[in-house]
Design a binder for this molecule. Structure first.
Ligand SMILES: [Zn+2]
Ligand SMILES: [Zn+2]
Length: 268
């Protein structure tokens, strides 16, 4: 039995004797199957050709990304907080070196993930660090590796410890979630967003799509809901799903003007 990993999205599946026949996440209209067909790997195989790069994105915010780039290429973020560390989003690769780096910083109390594209090796990680996994219940069908460690939450917000709050914005995925970290940006607040709110090349702006590889837009009501749900939160910075995909200042205004620009162009 083996927990096979989809090479295109990096999601690890429940243990099976043979590779699964297909990957529902990649066959969904928001992703794609690689042109050469569905391929699978294993954690052991991944560990031989890849390693994780661990770097501070900001004080008490550690980035963890795989090199050479694997699957969707995101980097996870370890929010180091008094009441326990939260791993925001996740990557597939876990090895002894990565575990040692994280344990040296106090381990992981819980893992929270923005959306199914980043479910990656979450169960493997949760077991290694004896952590729980927090996922929005609206994306329950996309969990490919079930575990008693997964706790589904419902509604528009979920309060954690030290003021950390999960906010369900929907959009890209129904359960699409961002994390509000009030102690981030020197106490001015930061939002960790994956690609539920995507930091674009012009980092004064962000954007929102149903599918990034297939360029499927969102409608006005989805954009309206995102704006409305983050309205109560104050934040100066945004940390997106990839290295350097961050808005360093005035991020709250950046979301507002980006949403206005988006609504303008989809109404032409
Ligand atoms: Zn896949
Ligand atoms: Zn995505």
């Amino acid at each position: 039995m083996e927990n096979f990993i989809c090479v295109q999205c990096g999601v690890q599946f429940a243990a099976t004797p043979e590779p699964p026949p297909h990957c529902p996440i990649c066959e969904d209209e928001r992703q794609f199957v690689r042109h050469t067909g569905q391929e699978w790997t294993t954690l052991k195989e991944l560990q031989t050709g890849h390693h994780n790069c661990v770097e501070e994105e900001a004080p008490r915010l550690l980035g963890i990304g795989t090199e050479p780039e694997f699957a969707i290429g995101q980097r996870a973020l370890l929010v180091q907080s008094q009441g326990g560390n939260l791993l925001w989003d996740c990557v597939t690769l876990l090895d002894d070196q990565t575990a040692a780096e994280i344990n040296a910083r106090g381990g992981i109390r819980a893992i929270a993930i923005s959306h199914p594209h980043f479910y990656s090796g979450m169960v493997e990680w949760a077991e290694c660090f004896d952590a729980q996994i927090l996922l929005h219940a609206a994306d329950r069908e996309w969990v490919m590796c079930k575990s008693p460690r997964i706790q589904f939450w419902e509604g528009s917000t979920r309060s954690l410890w030290d003021g950390l709050t999960l906010i369900n914005l929907g959009g890209h995925f129904e359960g699409g979630t961002v994390l509000h970290w009030p102690m981030g940006a020197n106490g001015k607040g930061a939002l960790l967003t994956g690609d539920i709110i995507t930091v674009v090349q012009d980092r004064r702006y962000v954007s929102f799509l149903r599918s990034y590889p297939n360029l499927i837009p969102l409608g006005a009501s989805a954009i309206g809901r995102i704006v409305e749900r983050i309205e109560p939160f104050s934040f100066e910075q945004i940390y997106g799903g990839w290295w350097q995909a961050n808005v360093h200042s005035d991020a709250r205004a950046a979301v507002k003007r980006s949403a206005e620009r988006y609504l303008w162009w989809i109404s032409r």
